[in-house]
Write a protein that binds this ligand. Structure first.
Ligand SMILES: NC(=O)C1=CN([C@@H]2O[C@H](COP(=O)(O)OP(=O)(O)OC[C@H]3O[C@@H](n4cnc5c(N)ncnc54)[C@H](O)[C@@H]3O)[C@@H](O)[C@H]2O)C=CC1
Ligand SMILES: O=C(O)CCC(=O)C(=O)O
Length: 423
């Protein structure tokens, strides 16, 4: 399993360990290209930076920052930036590798990258947050750029953070470079539809999976873990399609209502108080979220949340991975044995990077599309990719995860091979 890199010690269920085991599972389906498989197990480039800033009280604080470019074989690096106190190099490596697989699965002309800062942004003032963002951008400026590596939002980052990143990079290169990041505000070269794109992709792939399972969305019961950009938008779209959101969990706690939570009231409140501020349901212990009777489970928070033990308990028939890496290999096997269908992260949440690609293309041409056009193109790309993956899964009798890796890794390794061996 291990690529034996001295700078990380993955375990079976850690993010990089999970990724390595997913690669091992796809190798038998790669034919001649399997000789290149080891390249998937090593990031091309990993940068660790110190981010020192002066805090509002005059003290100097240092934060650890990362940018990992897992693969550049198919194009520039692409992937979000996460601000979270638990960010590690190992986690960012896994997230960058999943980006490589994801961009290839939906056939975007990108490699995979990811970044992060080990910081709790909730403890920073707006001024401190801007300083951290700008200093980090300057430090990673030596490896990012519109043709090198294009960051985007992830956990605890948003359009404002992207605007600061774009501005800092632009000042350093001496000219406005809108294409250096995606997920920007609309009047700074952002794209219509990007904010909702990841949740929309979860909905599009989930709707198709439900259709194939014969599960009617009207009245279907859905539990959502993580109620931020991805989870809340996916919940709203499923509710619009007639489903009932029966449980939601965020970092503040868990709220359940078997008759369906009122999202019109819950969503705005969750942004200020967290979901436990909502009075239209019962606040329950976090662990009981995994026992809630439901048809569809959407993990949309962090990695490793759907553990083996929780996989044994869930009552869902369908799991839609809004988050990256929510399910470890042992849990994956349990879900497969129990006949629970998993639409894996590397296709399920690819809507965000797909509309990021649209944003990058629009920035280059300085011609912007309307939202209908964006949503139609997104729908088409996601459906084509999913159908191709489903055919692959049926042909080899493998899970959708291994099938997505098979489709994607063939594209990545073919590009690697075609680029040749010599410098
Ligand atoms: N934003 C994007 O476009 C994309 C995000 N993703 C993935 O989706 C997941 C969520 O990302 P976003 O919604 O963007 O982040 P976000 O920062 O908007 O929301 C994160 C949510 O997770 C909740 N959360 C954090 N820790 C938790 C815990 N221990 N237990 C329960 N809930 C917890 C937070 O309270 C918040 O509701 C991440 O895995 C991210 O990598 C994947 C593709 C694209
Ligand atoms: O929009 C992007 O470029 C990347 C989004 C992301 O970080 C992800 O898909 O995990």
């Amino acid at each position: 399993m291990s690529a034996d890199l001295s700078y990380v010690q993955p375990t079976a269920d850690s993010p990089w360990g999970t990724y390595l085991s997913q690669v091992d599972r796809v190798v038998p389906y790669l034919g001649e290209l399997a000789r290149w498989a080891e390249t998937l197990k090593r990031p091309k480039r990993a940068l660790i930076v110190d981010v020192p800033i002066e805090m509002d009280d005059g003290s100097i604080a240092h934060f650890e920052g990362f940018r990992v470019q897992h693969s550049l074989s198919r194009g520039p690096g692409k992937g979000g930036v996460r601000f979270h106190p638990d960010v590690t190099l190992e986690e960012v490596m896994a997230l960058s590798a999943w980006m490589t697989v994801k961009t290839a699965a939906v056939n975007l002309p990108y490699g995979g990258a990811k970044g992060g800062i080990r910081v709790d942004p909730k403890r920073l003032s707006q001024k401190e947050l801007e300083k951290v963002t700008r200093r980090y951008t300057s430090e990673i400026g030596i490896i990012i750029g519109p043709q090198q590596d294009i960051p985007a939002p992830d956990v605890n980052t948003n359009a404002q953070v992207m605007a600061w990143m774009m501005d800092t990079y632009s000042m350093n290169v001496g000219g406005t470079a809108t294409g250096v990041v995606t997920g920007k505000p609309l009047h700074l070269g952002g794209s219509l539809g990007r904010v909702k794109a990841t949740g929309r992709g979860v909905f599009v792939t989930g709707r198709e999976a439900a259709r194939r399972l014969g599960l009617n969305l009207r009245g279907a019961r859905i539990a959502v873990q993580g109620f931020g950009n991805v989870g809340s938008v996916a919940a709203e779209l499923f509710a619009e399609a007639g489903a009932k959101i029966v449980a939601v969990q965020d970092h503040t706690g868990t709220v359940v209502n078997p008759n369906g939570l009122d999202l019109k009231a819950l969503v705005p409140l969750s942004r200020t108080e967290g979901v436990v501020g909502f009075r239209g349901g019962d606040v329950v212990a976090n662990e009981s979220f995994w026992d809630v009777p439901c048809d569809i489970l959407i993990p949309a928070a962090l990695e490793g949340q759907l553990s083996a033990e929780r996989a044994k308990r869930t009552q869902a028939k369908l799991v839609l991975e809004g988050a990256n890496g929510p399910t470890g290999p042992a849990a994956d096997d349990i879900l497969a044995d129990r006949g629970i269908l998993v639409v894996p992260d590397v296709i399920c949440n690819a809507g965000g990077v797909t509309v990021s690609y649209f944003e990058w293309v629009q920035d280059f041409s300085s011609f912007f599309w309307d939202e209908d056009e964006i949503n139609q193109r997104l729908d088409r790309i996601m459906m084509n990719a999913l159908n191709h993956i489903w055919d692959t899964a049926d042909r080899h009798r493998i899970t959708l995860r291994t099938a997505t890796f098979a489709v994607a890794c063939e594209r990545i390794l073919m590009a690697r091979q075609e680029r040749g061996l010599y410098p």
